[in-house]
Design a protein around this ligand. Structure first.
Ligand SMILES: [Zn+2]
Length: 667
């Protein structure tokens, strides 16, 4: 039985990896997304039912494989040296001369785009990804294997290396600009400090303890080096990259052979023009002698290999005068100051505005309207103000004053506690309405089907909805004003909206979109204070006293429930008949989905405590016992299970993992 399962799992893993390469590397899938999902689902089901058989290189880890306690230090078998930087033609001429003098002949060089990310070393044993280690100080890094397994375009299994005891592959982990923008958008919504750039975000993501969080960061990688027996047979760096690509590794397409400084200068010009259009940040060009057999001849300094150099693209600067500082409202209500200046040419384009990031930045750099400033365009597409030229400041210049009103709705913005951000908290602010409605109607909130992104955009544009309450004032006549609608769609939507009035109070509390109040947090609050009235009456200490609720979260709820726009909204919801209190005994109420089942829980779990799991199962009608017998229906098995697992296996009791619990969590 378990041999068959193992064989099927092996087969599924090979298939999934094969199709993943077709999809991510070659962009030519051979099967439909649905078929691919089917393979992943089948594997996941087998793994859930047979946790002991889960392979370390299973593609299921791509969605996150649990929580690490820490990232242990690990020494690199070969040090990860950094590269010497070159900034201009003179530096580069030195490099070419140095290499060719040592070798005594003209050489071919590999030129590749330098990705602005964080370096990572991957160790494959017999073709399976075994360990991933950050660069650290070059000799010792941190082991971050679970996080590395979430990197979307990385093969966890390399069939061609199945007989090779150890191979090491190095590369750069990065986040696409588009994914980065979304990550920061989510951080704004959760009131977390923003990442400065994709590089910082990638570095932070690699060090997360919860790999499921890392999976949400959309990490990608380009590999640039292989070390080990397989690589020793290849004497050309460019050829090694080609072969790595053929094995399914992501390599950057911008790499080419060059022969001298003149060719390199043409390339620098060419790539400098192209790089703003790439999906990811780059900061230079890496040059390596292509013939790797010369590496020892050319040699190393204590810090760098002498056969390579990193040419850094210059950050271009210009000076200009700030005409005005305007304010933008993001979709989450955060106000961002923007400097508008006299148009000036910078890195090949004319620019007239730059983000100032936040109000602290303005204060720190003392940026004022009328100031002459240096602006710079580096790796980022958006220019930034580097510094003020104080000698050119007018005598009557005044420090910048914080905005007193949201530019979209004129409401006075609020300081986010403990943060530098200013936020417009008006629930009806037009700039935020679309996002608020999408969140309100989302599946885990009020679950109103039919309110898709495009429809909401149209409704907001045509002012059919002006705030959350107005969703419940939609009618036949209003909805007919939309384009391409039919009776059926309208009736369905109106029925969905009506149905949503019956959603439990917990969901409504989550749906209004108070910063930091997620689904789980809303549940915890309502469990203790089961109505809007009770929550409103509670002081901040009582709210923070709830197990699992932090001070900041309590403060956010406390503060927002007192804002006039929230109070008006809840009052209107009450009038419309929405549920502003939990149903009597709602938290106690379970069902009998597991009635008659005898279940044993063993081991340690990541997400829930054993007690929480037991309570959950009891709530669903299960009988939870302490020892495994032939009458046991399921053994819920965490890490370090001990003898109960052996017993269960000998009695053919179905063994399930922590994932199995998830389905019983939300009645
Ligand atoms: Zn506003």
């Amino acid at each position: 039985m378990s041999e068959q399962v193992r064989a099927r799992m092996d087969e599924l893993i090979e298939q999934i990896e094969h199709h993943r390469v077709r999809y991510y590397q070659e962009h030519s899938p051979e099967i439909s997304d649905a078929e691919y999902d089917g393979l992943e689902r089948e594997l996941k089901q087998l793994e859930t039912a047979h946790p002991k058989l889960v392979r370390a290189d299973s593609p299921s880890f791509r969605v996150g494989g649990g929580v690490a306690k820490d990232h242990p230090q690990q020494e690199h078998a070969t040090p990860m040296l950094s590269l010497e930087n070159s900034y201009n033609s003179a530096d580069l001429a030195d490099y070419f001369e140095r290499c060719e003098t040592e070798v005594g002949r003209e050489l071919v060089y590999s030129a590749e785009l330098k990705i602005d990310g964080v370096s990572l070393s991957l160790v494959y044993e017999y073709g399976s990804l075994k360990a991933a280690v950050t660069r650290g100080d070059g000799r010792v890094g941190e082991e971050v294997t679970l996080n590395a397994k979430t990197i979307r375009n990385l093969p966890l299994r390399v069939t061609a290396w199945k007989d090779v005891p150890r191979m090491e592959v190095r590369g750069e982990v990065y986040i696409d600009r588009a994914d980065f923008a979304q990550i920061n958008e989510k951080r704004v919504a959760a009131n977390l400090p923003l990442f400065a750039n994709p590089r910082n975000s990638a570095a932070g993501s690699m060090r997360l303890l919860d790999s499921r969080e890392a999976a949400a960061r959309c990490l990608r990688m380009f590999v640039f080096q292989a070390l080990g027996p397989w690589a020793q047979a290849i004497n050309s760096h460019i050829e090694a990259l080609k072969q790595l690509k053929a094995l399914g590794f992501p390599t950057n397409p911008q790499n080419t052979a060059i022969h001298n400084l003149a060719e390199l200068e043409t390339l620098i010009e060419d790539w400098s023009a192209k790089r703003p259009g790439l999906a990811y940040d780059t900061d230079g060009i890496v040059l390596k002698v292509d013939d790797t057999s010369y590496y020892d001849t050319i040699g190393y300094t204590t810090k760098f290999p002498k056969w390579a150099t990193a040419y850094k693209f210059p950050a271009e600067q210009a000076t200009t005068q700030i005409n005005d500082i305007s304010i933008q409202v993001g979709r989450t209500g955060v106000l961002t100051p923007v400097a508008n200046f006299e148009p000036v040419s910078l890195a090949g384009t004319t620019v007239s505005r730059a983000t100032l990031h936040n109000f602290d930045e303005i204060e720190k750099k003392d940026i004022r309207v009328g100031d002459w400033v240096f602006i710079e365009k580096g790796g980022d597409i958006i220019p930034k103000v580097v510094k003020v030229i104080e000698s050119k400041r007018a005598a009557d210049s005044q420090p910048y004053q914080l905005p007193e009103a949201c530019p979209s709705c004129s409401t006075e913005p609020q300081r986010v506690p403990g943060q530098v951000a200013l936020r417009c908290e008006n629930l009806s602010c037009p700039a935020q309405l679309e996002r608020r409605i999408m969140h309100f109607a989302s599946r885990n909130a009020m679950d109103i089907q039919g309110l898709g992104k495009e429809r909401v955009q149209q409704m907001v544009e045509q002012k059919l909805v002006t705030d959350l309450v107005s969703i419940y004032q939609l009618d036949d006549e209003k909805l007919w004003r939309l384009e391409r609608v039919g009776t059926k769609w309208i009736n369905n939507l109106l029925a969905e909206i009506e149905k949503s009035k019956a959603r439990p109070f917990t969901r409504l509390l989550f749906a209004v979109g108070i910063p930091m109040i997620g689904e789980k947090v809303a549940e915890l609050f309502v469990e203790r204070f089961p109505s809007y009235e009770a929550l409103l009456a509670a002081d901040v200490e009582a709210l923070a006293d709830i197990h699992g609720i932090g001070e900041k979260v309590a403060a956010s709820l406390h503060e927002h429930l007192r804002l006039p726009s929230y109070q008006a909204t809840f009052a209107a919801f009450a009038e419309l008949g929405l549920k502003l209190e939990a149903e009597a005994g709602a938290q106690r109420q379970g069902d009998d989905a597991l009635q008659g089942k005898t279940i044993v829980v063993t081991g340690t779990f990541n997400e829930l405590s054993r007690k929480e799991i037991t309570d959950l199962l009891k709530l669903r009608g299960a009988k939870v016992t302490s020892s495994v017998t032939s009458k046991t229906d399921f053994l819920v098995c965490g890490e370090k299970p001990g003898s109960k697992l052996d017993k269960a296996q000998s009695l053919d009791v179905t063994v399930v993992g922590e994932e199995w619990i998830a389905q019983w969590q939300n009645p």
